[in-house]
Write a protein that binds this ligand. Structure first.
Ligand code: GAL
Length: 916
């Protein structure tokens, strides 16, 4: 603690000596953490009185109609009136909250007192997810939220050693995200808080800070049970910063870059800067900006490429003012999605000065690009049509939980990009801010989405409880934070909200939210995803872009759903096209197909798309869904069916598949599992067969062929074992043990080649694919013998020893000849030696209830994953050893480098081996 305090003092003092205009200090270490309140709190620290919930079954169908909110009046003092003013910087003058006079309730609670002894609490480092270590809640109705103990109260405390020199400066606590209902005290005094767990927020610590002293920060979080349809995580799960600035400084997210004119010859960059004056006297300042090009890694290149002429700005005391300027960049390097375009970026450095003294320096990264929304073609970036090949992604990072980690997120995006993904929908909440740095750098298009519910509820204690008070601040927070990211092309104000059902009244809420979007960002369109509202209803008319979930393919159209009370809708793209000829239409959620990696169930359905039932794609005894990739949620469709629908309606701008990576929670159709079945990639990051079905369509120029199932079926000899092939070719010939099973060609609206009568014989299965009659790609699988050896492969040979960078190690069970053993479930033991630690293990099995930090885990379908992190400040070779009984152990060395911030460039795109 003392070392940390000293370090902090040392860090800040020289900066102040240099009169550094603005300092951001990452508050990642030195925290103490404790679950639960001390005795006697008795609800006095509650944000508000919540409705009582009886423990309910959570296997609710995802497209069930949301319910009306329950009205609950607080019958005792609560903290809400003290916390609402935290939203004020985001609200227009007329709608700001006044902090009540007098002291808030609960001021005597022990944990918020500066002299409370927290030395017995856990020492933690942020980002921290308090629930991810488990243990899993195997019994009970907790599948929906991932069977991990995310709900309840948690406290974080740390000291802030503030040098005397910060007197007279403004001090802010900047929180990337806290799950959820955060309340913050500094030196025992309530500063404010933020209910929504997914937004970033700022509190002004200045009035409560004691410069030259040891200050105590206490943060209480109160995650409601039954508040999410997926795993929310819990705790300070994103970065937390202390910002120290002159009282006259650029406001929170106070810059806004737009590019009103873009061409190959020149671009106009318009930069608006908002300056806050927290001081007691008016300020007359000069605001000037310089623009620089950034290289592919985001580093500044050379000298300024343009300047925005200095402007004089008068900022009254305790108030704000804005200035706007323009600059021209000749031959701009545009931002656009690869491979056709490159994601070039720029940086604006804005300086606020008074009488020649620099008060603030503020950096804004941006890109220059022009996005057109063409109802006939879809999304056009810099004049080039970009078909949306998108996926939906939830925020968890598998075995790492909600605690954000740049490398883990980057790995996800790299694996997705390998499949041909060019767009991500952030379902259904704003991401960690660093995720958008990644999408900017990688050139992925993004739908940034703010809410999963408005006034109506999907789960008893979800965001609807605070929507009336907080929607405006929360929506503005997302828009202001994220509007300079070139990757963000569309704002979504809601997902499948209950207000779709409410005629004009629901549409009116939609219009209000869109109006807020326009105020904060007039350059991008706004949408809300609809799984129920029809083309002739008021709801879709409220939005700029028509986003349909599942309706494009039709919902529950099979005869077995006749008479159902659930949503049943015919294929709807034509109706929306007719009603909204001037709007772009696309599938913001498609498919929701299910499968378990490497599990194949028989018989194989003859249909191209079918729901999951026992004996028909599913097996509720083992809680797995067949990897033949033909089955979907009742309201969804297989990938093949979606492709056919899109090809029949070429005006549809593309799709966002539900979903990219499996996520914790929502394990439809088996709610006693822990994680979803809908990902194209499992929770550990291993591609399911579907990965190659999408790749065959999304990367048509990549020669590839992929066979399924595996070919190790002891006991199935002589039985029909269908073989399916995904290929970017148009034709293929299949060989079993060298004997041709015939050559097949894809027909119209066919996306896989299937040989459904193949009889299993151990040996070799091989496919030769063709395109335009020429050999194009091949794939081979061979029957494996008994497990004999383990193989461990790290995604990167070198990682930074910065306490954050990670190596992901894939472990495979092989036979004596080095062939993968596809059904292996051997129990593996992991051990790390050297300057690194084992963070977590996984295998992608939705039913595996072994806690993630466990060094022992069974292989699932022949594979497992280990996640390794370097120990901060140490370097050298770390060795991960994997053992299992008599199998030959595997070792992999990972070089941990002294942290310089430059980790070795990763390469984790799953290679399609060609031979398995
Ligand atoms: C959709 C919903 C998603 C997810 C998905 C699962 O209705 O928007 O959040 O629940 O279904 O199939």
């Amino acid at each position: 603690m003392i070392a940390r305090a000293l370090l902090f003092g040392l860090l800040l003092a020289p900066l102040l000596a240099l009169a550094s205009p603005r300092e951001r200090i990452l508050l990642d270490s030195g925290w103490r953490f404790h679950r639960g309140d001390p005795p006697g709190v008795d609800g006095r620290l509650d944000y508000d009185v919540r409705p009582q919930v009886a423990q309910s079954a959570d296997g609710k169908v995802a497209d069930a109609r949301p319910d009306a909110a329950e009205k609950v009046e607080a019958d005792r003092p609560v903290l809400k009136p003290w916390i609402l003013p935290s939203a004020n910087p985001l609200l227009p003058a007329g709608r700001r909250h006044r902090r009540p006079a007098g002291e808030p309730p609960g001021g005597d609670v022990a944990f918020l007192q500066p002299d409370f002894d927290d030395s017995g609490w856990d020492a933690v480092t942020l980002p921290h997810d308090w629930a991810i270590a488990g243990p899993f809640l195997v019994e009970g109705p907790y599948g929906g939220m991932g069977r991990l103990p995310s709900w309840g109260v948690g406290w974080y405390r740390r000291t802030l050693e503030l040098p005397a020199g910060v007197a007279g400066r403004s001090l802010f606590l900047d929180v990337g995200g806290a799950m959820s209902y955060a309340t913050v005290w500094l030196n025992g005094r309530l500063v404010g808080g933020w209910p929504y767990g997914y937004n970033s927020w700022r509190l002004d610590l200045t009035p409560y800070a004691r410069p030259g002293e040891r200050n105590t920060l206490a943060i209480r979080l109160d995650n409601p049970p039954e508040s999410a349809r997926w795993y929310p995580g819990g705790g300070l799960y994103r970065d937390v910063w202390l910002t120290v600035a002159d009282p006259v400084h650029v406001a929170q997210w106070g810059s806004f870059v737009t590019t009103p004119e873009v061409s190959a010859e020149a671009a106009t960059v318009q930069l608006r800067i908002e300056v806050d004056n927290d001081g007691r006297s008016a300020a007359r300042v000069e605001v000037a900006s310089e623009l620089f090009a950034l290289d592919a890694d985001g580093r500044r290149e050379g000298t300024a490429v343009a300047r925005i002429a200095p402007a004089i700005l008068h900022v009254p005391a305790g108030s704000s003012a804005r200035t706007e300027g323009r600059a021209r960049i000749a031959q701009p390097r545009l931002w656009g999605p690869p491979p056709e375009q490159q994601p070039h970026r720029y940086l604006a450095i804005t300086t606020i000065s008074r009488d020649g003294r620099v008060l603030d320096r503020y950096e804004t990264r941006f890109g220059i690009r022009e996005v057109e929304w063409d109802p006939d073609r879809g999304v056009v970036v810099n004049g080039r049509h970009v078909p949306l090949r998108g996926v939906n992604q939830h925020h968890d990072l598998g075995a790492l939980g909600a605690a954000f980690n740049v490398r883990a997120a980057e790995r996800q995006l790299e694996i997705l990009r390998g499949m041909g993904v060019n767009a991500i929908r952030l379902a259904h909440n704003p991401p960690d801010p660093q995720l958008l740095e990644l999408t900017d750098r990688m050139g992925l298009l993004v739908i940034d989405e703010v809410f999963d519910s408005w006034e109506k509820k999907k789960t008893p204690l979800d965001f609807h409880l605070v929507f009336p008070d907080w929607h405006e601040a929360d929506l503005r927070a997302m828009l202001r934070r994220d509007r300079n990211h070139p990757s963000v092309i569309l704002w979504s104000v809601g997902n499948e909200v209950g207000e779709q059902y409410d005629g004009q009244a629901g549409a009116e809420i939609g219009r209000r939210l869109v109006a807020i979007v326009r105020e904060e960002d007039p350059t991008r369109p706004a949408t809300a995803s609809m799984n129920w509202a029809k083309a002739d209803m008021p709801f879709p008319a409220a939005f700029d872009v028509v986003n349909l979930n599942y309706q494009g393919e039709g919902i529950r159209q099979a005869p077995e759903f006749e008479g159902t009370e659930r949503i049943r809708t015919p294929p709807s793209y034509p109706a929306f096209r007719a009603a909204f000829p001037d709007k772009v239409i696309f599938g913001s959620e498609t498919a929701s197909a299910f499968s378990s990696r490497g599990v194949y169930l028989f018989p194989v359905s003859p249909e191209a798309s079918a729901p999951v039932r026992d004996g028909r794609g599913g097996d509720s005894a083992i809680r797995q869904v067949s990897g033949y990739e033909l089955h979907a949620v009742d309201f969804g469709s297989s990938a093949d069916k979606v492709f056919a629908t899109l090809d029949r309606h070429p005006y549809v701008a593309g799709e966002f598949v539900w979903n990219g990576f499996d996520y914790l929670g929502e394990p439809t159709p088996y709610y006693d599992a822990r994680s979803s079945y809908s990902g194209m990639i499992d929770l550990a990051g291993f591609p399911k067969d579907r990965y190659w079905l999408y790749q065959s369509r999304w990367r048509p120029d990549l020669p590839m062929a992929h066979l399924l199932p595996h070919w190790t079926w002891p006991g199935r000899e002589g039985q029909v074992t269908p073989v399916h092939v995904f290929t970017s070719g148009d034709e293929a010939e299949l060989f079993v043990g060298g004997v041709s099973q015939g050559r097949k060609k894809k027909g119209p609206y066919q996306y896989r080649l299937r040989w459904d009568d193949v009889v299993y014989r151990p040996g070799e299965l091989r496919v030769q694919a063709y395109r335009d009659g020429q050999p194009w790609a091949s794939d081979t699988v061979r029957t494996a013998g008994a497990a004999a050896t383990l193989e461990a492969t790290a995604d990167r040979a070198r990682i930074a020893g910065d306490g954050r960078d990670l190596a992901f190690v894939e472990v495979r069970v092989l036979d004596a000849a080095g062939r993968p053993v596809p059904a292996a479930t051997d129990l593996l033991r992991f051990r790390v030696e050297g300057p690194a630690v084992l963070v977590a293990t996984d295998n992608g099995d939705a039913t595996d209830m072994t806690a993630f930090p466990s060094p022992e885990r069974k292989a699932f379908s022949g594979k497992a994953l280990a996640i390794v992190r370097g120990i901060p400040g140490q370097s050298g070779t770390a060795t991960l050893t994997v053992e299992s009984g008599t199998l030959q152990a595997a070792k992999v060395g990972i070089q941990i480098e002294a942290a310089t911030g430059d980790a070795a460039q990763p390469s984790v795109v799953p290679a399609h081996a060609g031979t398995r």
